[in-house]
Design a protein around this ligand. Structure first.
Ligand code: AMP
Length: 369
C-alpha cells in the first residue's frame, strides 16, 4: 500500500509568499488554491483563488474541503476561525503555533520557557504600566503592539522620557509590550523545516538589513559556526515544543557574542527568499514537502547569495536583467510606499564576487541601503 497521495494545498492569503509556494508546487505535482480578498492578488495570478474575507467561515470551510492540507501565507488568522476546519482537513503548521506567534508576549514567554534569550520586556495596557515599564527597564526602549505588527508597523522607539506621551498617543488603547532596546551589531535569521515524522532541516544563517522596520536585503550564508549552532539549537527547540510541521523562521539580534530572539514567523520568510536560487531546495519547496509528508530536501547553499527587496517601486527590469545570473521576482502588486513589490537574488561562488555584484546592483537601483 502506498501512503495517501497529498496533492491539493489550500493557502489562506495569496500574497507573495503564497505565490512563491504555488510556483514551487507545480514541479512536484502539487496544486494550490488560495483564499484572499483580492481577485488579482499575487497568488491569484498564478493559481485559482476563492475571493473573500480571510476569516469568512463559509469560504474557509470551502477551501478546507477542497484541500488535502491547509497552510498559510497570512498567519494572523484567529484560533476561532481555524477551529472548525480541523475536522475537514489537516492544518499545517499546527494552529497552536499560529496563535502563539500572533502575540509578542506569548511568543516571548515560549522563548523564555525554552531557554532562548529575549530582550527584557513588560506587558503594557495602561499609561501607568508604560511609565512603570520605562522606570523598571530603562530607556531607550521599543513600544510595540502585541498583535498584528509587521514591517515596522505598530511600533515606536522611545529614546527618552519626552517620547513617552507621543508613544502612548500613537499606540495606547490596545495590548502593548515594552522592550528594552537591543544595541545589536547585526540581525540574523534562521529558517528551518520539520516533517510530520520529526525530521528537521536548517538553512544557513541569513544576515539581514532593515530600515524603518522593513527588510531591505539579506546576505547569506552568514558564516559564524558558533552562532549558527546556537540558532539551530533555538529553532529546533521551538519546532519540537510546538510539534511543528512546515517551515518556521526566527529572527535574532546579535548582542555582544550572543543571539537574542526577536520574533518568529510560522511560515516561509522574506529572509529565506535567497534559498530559491541559493540552496539545493528552496524554503518554499521544503514547506510544501513538510506539510505533504514528503521527504525534506537538502538545505545546502550553492554559493554566496544576496537578496534585495524591491520596496515601494520596481527597478528598471531590463537593466537588472543585464546583471549576470540575476534572478528577478515581480510579485504582480500595485506600487505603494513601503510595500514589498518584488526582489532579486544574485548567487556567486565567492563571497567577494557576491559582494561586488551586490553593491553594483544596489547602485544601479540608486540605493545605498
Ligand atoms: P519587529 O517588528 O519586531 O521585527 O521589528 C522590526 C525591526 O525593528 C527589527 O528588525 C529591528 O531592526 C527593530 N527592533 C525591533 N525591536 C527592537 C529592539 N527591542 N531593540 C532594537 N531594535 C528593535
Amino acid at each position: 500500500m502506498t501512503a495517501r497521495r497529498v496533492s491539493r494545498i489550500g493557502i489562506v492569503g495569496a500574497g507573495q509568499l503564497g505565490r512563491m509556494l504555488a510556483l514551487a508546487g507545480y514541479p512536484l505535482g502539487l496544486r494550490c488554491c488560495f483564499l484572499d480578498r483580492s481577485a488579482d492578488s499575487p497568488g491569484a495570478q498564478v493559481a485559482p483563488s476563492l475571493i473573500g474575507e480571510l476569516e469568512d467561515g463559509a469560504l474557509l470551510e470551502e477551501l478546507a474541503a477542497r484541500s488535502d492540507v491547509l497552510t498559510f501565507d497570512w498567519e494572523n488568522i484567529s484560533g476561532a476561525a481555524l477551529a472548525p476546519l480541523a475536522r475537514l482537513t489537516t492544518i499545517r503548521p499546527p494552529a497552536a503555533a499560529l496563535t502563539v506567534s500572533q502575540d509578542r508576549l506569548h511568543e516571548k514567554a515560549l522563548f523564555k520557557r525554552l531557554r532562548i534569550p529575549v530582550a527584557a520586556h513588560a506587558a503594557v495596557d495602561t499609561r501607568g504600566q508604560l511609565l512603570r515599564a520605562v522606570q523598571r527597564l530603562g530607556l531607550p526602549g521599543v513600544l510595540k503592539t502585541r498583535r498584528m505588527g509587521y514591517d515596522g508597523k505598530g511600533q515606536f522607539t522611545l529614546a527618552d522620557r519626552a517620547a513617552i506621551d507621543a508613544a502612548w498617543s500613537a499606540l495606547g488603547g490596545q495590548a502593548l509590550i515594552y522592550e528594552k532596546f537591543q544595541a545589536f551589531s547585526r540581525e540574523l535569521s534562521m529558517v528551518g523545516a520539520r516533517s510530520p515524522g520529526g525530521e528537521t532541516v536548517f538553512y544557513p544563517l541569513s544576515d539581514n538589513r532593515h530600515r524603518d522596520g522593513i527588510l531591505r536585503h539579506s546576505l547569506a550564508p552568514y558564516a559564524d559556526a558558533r552562532l549558527e549552532r546556537s540558532a539551530r539549537r533555538h529553532l529546533k527547540r521551538v519546532l519540537e515544543a510546538l510539534d511543528y510541521v512546515g517551515v518556521l523562521a526566527i529572527e535574532f539580534f546579535v548582542v555582544g557574542r550572543r543571539l537574542v530572539a526577536n520574533e518568529m514567523a510560522p511560515r516561509v520568510h522574506n529572509s529565506g527568499h535567497w534559498t530559491i536560487e541559493g540552496c539545493v531546495t528552496s524554503q518554499f519547496e521544503n514547506h510544501l514537502r513538510a506539510i505533504c509528508g514528503l521527504p525534506l530536501g537538502s538545505t545546502r547553499a550553492l554559493g554566496h547569495a544576496a537578496m534585495i527587496n524591491f520596496i515601494g517601486e520596481m527597478p528598471d527590469r531590463a537593466r537588472l536583467l543585464g546583471v549576470e545570473g540575476l534572478a528577478y521576482h515581480d510579485y504582480g502588486k500595485q506600487p505603494r510606499a513601503g510595500r514589498k513589490l518584488g526582489h532579486c537574488t544574485i548567487v556567486r561562488k565567492r563571497a567577494a564576487d557576491r559582494n561586488r555584484a551586490f553593491s553594483d546592483t544596489l547602485e544601479m537601483m540608486g540605493r545605498t541601503d
